[in-house]
Each structure stands twice: as C-alpha cells, then as structure tokens.
Design a protein around this ligand. Structure first.
Ligand SMILES: [Zn+2]
Length: 185
C-alpha cells in the first residue's frame, strides 16, 4: 500500500515506486508488489495494473523542499508536472547545490529552504530522481519567511532577493520567473 514502510536508506537503494520520508525510511509510493534485487540492494514497487505516470528525464516538475540533510543537498517531494498534473504516487528527488545555479553557491540554504515550492527539471533516468534548478525558468516559485512564516515577495521581477512584508526580513533564493508574489514598492 502507498506509504507502507519497506526499509531504510541504510538497507536499500530506492528505485521506482519508492520514496524516502523525512526520517530516512523507504516507503511505497504506489500500490503494488515490492521487489528487492539482493545484488544491487535496489528496491522497487511494481505497480498493479495500468501504466503509472512517472517523472522522467527532462520533465519539468513542481515540488516542495522537505529536507536538507546536508549543507549541499535538499530533498524534494515531487507533487506534479509543470502543468500541475499529478504523478502516480509520490516521488522523492535530490537537488545538489552544484545543480542549483550557474554561479558558485556555498550552501543549499542560499538557493532553497525547507517549505519552498520549486520548479525543477529532472536530470536522471532512474529513481531516486535528481533535479536541477539551473535553468533560468526553474527555481523557487513560492517561499515563506524564516522568521514569521508569512509568504515572501520578490523585490523586483529579476531579483533573487525576497522580502517579508510582515516583519521586513530579507532572504535569498534561486527564484523562478514564475514566482507568485512580486512586491510593488
Ligand atoms: Zn517575516
């Protein structure tokens, strides 16, 4: 069943139909049959019936940043494709800091933070998915203030600076041109 715990990232390599939760446990993303290759320790869930819609290389996807286990990596829960059509099940994607910008970025926190909604491009063939937000059209589409939780506004149409209109806090991200709120002041 979707959500069922299959194992942990210490035990197995997640394949298609499997996602990693915030505590590092592998869970079934789709209803189906669990299949473990003992040689590669790769675990997949083969869906029952019908052809599932899965994110593939070059797909532009929407997701939510739900974890940043290291300073150079963010974990993304993929929620839909760029036209907001949902995939079959839940998919976890990894975003490495080297795929976050064309300029050198020290920390993943300079480009995305937990709770951000992002648009990214799939650059891997197999699960776990690897995302890039380097393209000019990709990046954060909605972010919230780290201080007070209010939505952040882009200070201008091309800026990577976001401002909180409630508390005045300023933060940076790699911002997508489709970012939802732009400040008028
Ligand atoms: Zn604020």
């Amino acid at each position: 069943m979707p959500g069922q715990v299959i194992g942990s990232i210490e035990e197995f390599v997640p394949g298609e139909g499997v996602y990693i939760d915030e505590r590092g446990r592998l869970r079934a993303a789709v209803p189906g049959v669990v299949n473990i290759d003992m040689k590669s320790r790769r675990v997949v869930v083969k869906p029952l019936g019908g052809k599932p819609r899965v994110p593939r290389r070059n797909d532009v996807v929407r997701g939510i940043v739900y974890g940043a286990p290291r300073e150079d990596i963010a974990l993304i829960k993929v929620i839909a494709d760029d036209r907001m059509r949902r995939y079959s099940g839940e998919y976890t994607a990894v975003l490495h800091v080297s795929q976050s910008s064309d300029t050198r970025v020290e920390s993943i926190y300079d480009v995305v933070r937990i709770g951000d909604y992002i648009r990214g491009t799939v650059i891997s063939d197999l699960a776990p998915l690897v995302l890039s937000i380097r393209r000019p059209s990709d990046g954060v589409v909605l972010a919230f203030c780290s201080n007070c939780g209010a939505p952040l506004y882009r200070v201008s149409a091309s800026s990577n600076t976001l401002v909180c209109l409630s508390c005045g806090n300023k933060e940076t991200r790699k911002v997508s041109p489709i970012y939802i709120y732009v400040s008028r002041s």
